[in-house]
Design a protein around this ligand. Structure first.
Ligand code: FES
Ligand SMILES: [Fe+2]
Length: 383
């Protein structure tokens, strides 16, 4: 791992490990410690019925997620304290969870409250870990760090009356490959749906750090500037424009499952309208079948299928784009080797994002104050 330095300037990274520090999120790693300072979405609310616990893996750690009979979602340790079986195979009783193996019962605070098979119960001495949760805008959020959680961030632009679409998928490569997806790739990777570099003058790409993270700016040949925002540590915020649904907002989180997989949670908001309702309904249907995307990506990888042979006519553009993004990002390697890259001017946002991460990780390692990220104003949402 990197050597410590007293300089507040980000150092040039020189080794593969150093470049990739932000890619390793397991417990005890520097980036893992940083990421655990924030609330993260861990599940889609609608996918968590009362009484059916789920095993979840986030930031390289396993947990048990369940919805109690009160309706509240709870996150506790993955394993029972007794002989370590997986708690998600157990039962929910009230807001407690009972282990399937020998019936020990735990409250949502992790306190053991019953050991029905023990002649002399010692529940008061047994406690498993539990984690703060919040449910908001269709997701279960959890705080998996130590101590008091930070203030829960709200997103007023998405709370307004309107039509909301919640989607989720998982991909089999490091989350940072996706986090540093760039602004120029669309004209190549998605040339069939977003306009091709062959037929247009490409924009100039600029990047600047903002109070919320970084802005990626496209300066078009006619002088127009459009932008998307990366919100630290793992979100993007942009305008969602759809000819059917109108102008909306799009917020998405990339949450590492472990170093080789991540979850993407997406929230889209559109103003009320029949067209928006129909559009969202249609997207929900497509989003359900993520196996389809995985299968196509696997076929593209094996050479069985070329991306341009997937028919666009009549297909869902988002599905096509997910297969294309999944292929290019997975194509960098499960964890990209950033020492071998040859970066150019269009990579300014990529370079800036890494610098920000390196600066914050150095500060964390040295016990210096971290930048307190703010949320962008609504009208800054991007384009
Ligand atoms: S392993 Fe859970 S009660 Fe025995
Ligand atoms: Fe893309």
């Amino acid at each position: 791992m990197a050597n410590e330095t007293s300089s507040s300037e980000p150092r040039a990274a020189s080794t593969k490990e150093e470049w990739n520090e932000f890619a390793y999120m397991g417990p005890g790693t520097l980036a893992g410690r940083y990421m655990r300072l924030f609330w993260h979405p861990v599940y889609v609310s609608d996918d968590l019925p009362i009484g059916r616990p789920k095993p979840i893996r986030i930031l390289g750690e396993d947990f048990t997620l369940y919805r109690g009979e009160s309706g509240a979602a709870h996150v506790v340790d993955f394993r029972c304290a007794h002989r370590g079986t997986q708690l998600s195979i157990g039962w929910v009783e009230g807001d407690d969870v009972r282990c399937r193996y020998h019936g020990w019962k735990y409250g949502p605070d992790g306190q053991c409250t019953e050991q029905p098979g023990e002649p002399e119960p010692f529940c008061e001495k047994v406690r498993i870990k539990s984690y703060p949760t919040q449910e908001y805008l269709g997701f279960v959020f959890a705080y998996l760090g130590e101590g008091t959680p930070p203030t829960f961030r709200r997103y007023p632009a998405f709370e307004r009356d309107g039509v909301r679409l919640v989607t989720h998928w998982e991909r089999g490569y490091n989350y940072f490959n996706a986090a540093e997806n760039d602004a120029i790739h669309v004209f190549f990777t998605h040339h069939r749906t977003h306009g091709s570099w062959r037929d247009m003058q490409l924009p100039r790409i600029e990047a600047e750090e903002t109070p919320s993270g970084l802005a990626t700016i496209r300066v078009w040949p006619d002088g127009r500037r459009t932008q998307t925002r990366t919100l630290m540590p793992n979100m993007s915020y942009r305008k969602a424009r759809n000819s059917n649904a109108g102008r909306g907002n799009n917020l998405s989180w990339k949450v590492p499952i472990d170093d080789h997989h991540f979850s993407q949670f997406n929230l889209e908001w559109f103003p009320f309208g029949e067209k928006a309702e129909r559009y969202v309904q249609r997207r929900k249907e497509f989003a359900k079948d993520q196996t389809f995307v995985d299968e196509l990506v696997a076929k593209v990888f094996s050479g069985e299928l070329h991306l341009d042979d997937i028919p666009v006519e009549g297909a869902d553009v988002h599905t096509i784009n997910q297969v294309e993004d999944g292929s290019t990002q997975r194509g960098q390697g499960v964890i990209a080797d950033r020492t071998a890259e040859r970066l150019g001017r269009t990579d300014a946002p990529v370079i800036l994002l890494r610098r920000i991460w390196q600066r914050e990780l150095r500060a964390l390692a040295e016990g210096r104050p971290l930048k307190q990220w703010e949320l962008p104003e609504d009208d800054e949402a991007a384009d």
